[in-house]
Design a protein around this ligand. Structure first.
Ligand SMILES: *Cc1c(COP(=O)(O)O)cnc(C)c1O
Length: 388
């Protein structure tokens, strides 16, 4: 397992983002961690190796990324995976048939699909709950519940879950609290500090930030849990290639800087949209009109660049989606470039219609991932694309 270097816990988040987990390469002193393109490692003698045997188990480029993100999340162990879904699938291998999992109702569409279409048939059972209300979560816990899985803010309804309150419920039932921190990133929210057991990401999004790789990562504090995840990481083998790790490691160097700009742009664009559409049509945790604004301020140190619009009808949503020029119509989020999407037919297409209706995920919803272009250009683009 990749434990952090003890000396890497010091310093502010921007310093750790640039340096943590990395050492000059011993052969030449190269400042950048090389892409170790190798499947195996030569051993000096029988049972005498340098700690590396086969690259499914360990790769130095991957280890640098794992240490780097682990220190950003204030954890001790990091585990990189070939995608966010590969990461979650491996985390779920901690459980066995008969175990019950309580899950937020508005989680990422692919998370719901993995649970409902695959893991349910392997004997795990799931209850989907509105995790905004800790009492509902408490009521859903049973004697077989082994985990509580939440995402905050959620995608695309931007609902918040009180992580400290979830930690109390999870601990009372000896269940693991597992948090998808893809949206907020460790720059704005650190679930392990609020009592989570496992924090995980789709590194495809903000962590890498440049829309040029697919990956996932999990971070934990506790050594026993880390040993179990390390075993799964190697035994199930959903590991990333070294070049993708190198890209993500390059991405984390600017994560704090990028998040600052996503947040600045997000706040200004949300303000413009409220003036243009009225606050009942704009969902952003940094708006005083967000029903959980107080929790947002307490739990997060920034609100980021994800904004959701309720356009009312599919036709009005389509108008915006098809008239933007700087924003690109695409799935995904968290890159430097601005993207716009229609969750009901794109990212959440796999969620059944009745569940979408229950959650309020309507056809009029448009999701913006505000990038770090000049904010004036982004505002002008939306102004021109919104129906008059
Ligand atoms: C994209 C995403 C995932 C899935 O990650 P992949 O890297 O696409 O497999 C999980 N959770 C959230 C919140 C996401 O945005």
């Amino acid at each position: 397992m990749t434990r952090i270097f003890d000396e890497d816990i010091a310093g502010g988040i921007a310093t750790r983002a640039i340096h943590a987990g990395q050492r000059p390469e011993p052969l030449s002193g190269a400042i950048m961690t090389p892409v170790y393109l190798t499947s195996t490692y030569v051993q000096d003698g029988l049972g005498d190796n340098k700690g590396y045997e086969y690259a499914r188990g360990k790769n130095p480029t991957r280890e640098a990324l794992e240490r780097n993100v682990a220190t950003l999340e204030r954890g001790r162990h990091g585990f990189a995976f070939s995608s966010g879904m590969g990461c979650l699938d491996s985390i779920m291998k901690l459980f066995r048939a008969g175990d019950h999992i309580v899950c937020g109702e508005n989680v990422y569409g692919g998370t719901f699909r993995l649970f409902d279409k695959i893991l349910r048939h392997l004997g795990l059972s799931f209850s989907y709950v509105d995790t905004r209300d800790p009492q509902r979560v408490e009521d859903a816990m049973t004697s077989s519940t082994r985990a509580l899985l939440v995402e905050t803010p959620t995608n695309p309804l931007m609902r918040l879950t009180d992580l400290a309150a979830m930690s109390v419920v999870a601990k009372r039932h000896q269940a693991l609290l597992i948090v998808d921190n893809t949206f907020a990133t460790p720059v704005f929210q650190r679930p392990l500090e609020l009592g989570a057991d496992i924090v995980w990401h789709s590194t495809t999004k903000y962590i890498n930030g440049h829309s040029d790789m697919i990956g996932g990562i999990a971070v934990v504090l506790e050594d026993d849990l880390a040993a179990k995840l390390q075993f799964i990481n190697n035994a199930a083998g959903a590991v990333p290639g070294p070049f993708d790790c190198w890209l993500a490691l390059r991405g984390t160097k600017t994560l704090p800087l990028r998040m600052k700009q996503h947040d600045l742009n997000g706040r200004q664009i949300a303000k413009f949209l409220v003036e243009r559409l009225g606050d009942e049509h704009v969902i952003y945790p940094g708006l005083a009109s967000h029903p959980q604004f107080e929790l947002a301020k307490r739990q997060m140190s920034g609100f980021g660049g994800m904004i959701t619009l309720e356009m009312g009808t599919r036709e009005r949503a389509r108008h915006v989606l098809e008239h933007v020029k700087v924003f690109s119509l695409a799935e995904s989020l968290g890159g430097v470039e601005s993207l716009i999407s229609h969750p009901a037919s794109m990212t959440h297409a796999s969620v059944p219609a009745d569940r979408k209706a229950d959650m309020g995920l309507s056809d009029g919803i448009v999701r913006l991932s505000c990038g770090i272009e000049d904010v004036e250009d982004l505002i002008a683009d939306l102004d021109a694309a919104l129906p008059k």
